[in-house]
Design a protein around this ligand. Sequence first.
Ligand SMILES: [Zn+2]
Length: 166
Amino acid sequence: MHNYYTATRKPTDFYPEYLSGSSVNNSGRERDSQRSKVYRAEKVLRQNKRSPLISKANALALIDSVISTDFWKQLRGPESVNLRVSYKATRYCWARYGTASIVLAASWGLNRSTILHELTHLVVGSPHPAHGKLFCRIFLHFVCGYMSKDSYRTLLNSFNYYGVSY
Ligand SMILES: [Zn+2]
């Protein structure tokens, strides 16, 4: 059962096992078996103008507000996150930990839901699968807090519809 976002919520309220041995790297991860389901399910957030394209300045402001929270610090997320946008015809958006930069390799990803998706990657480490249960819970949490409760409910329903575990 997922809890609504509040500023005082701790990561362990969502996923009690989180703090036991999570570290952000790509070695020793479990198989990322529900990636395509998550991609399909979250598309609903970009429909009906729920998560329209935003300016790069607004995207940076969103990133700053997420990474300045206690929640982010408790997740041991990076202290600074850079944003780069490619306007070439690339298909993918991705996040990279270490140099602490988010790279949105495609301009379609300049919207709140995609930025929140990529930020979530920066706090979900090994051994958790890249798009596993922990990823989905934290992503739901961010959507609730930084989009709307309606978007949160929509994503939750879509996860259920596509059989995504969270
Ligand atoms: Zn992803």
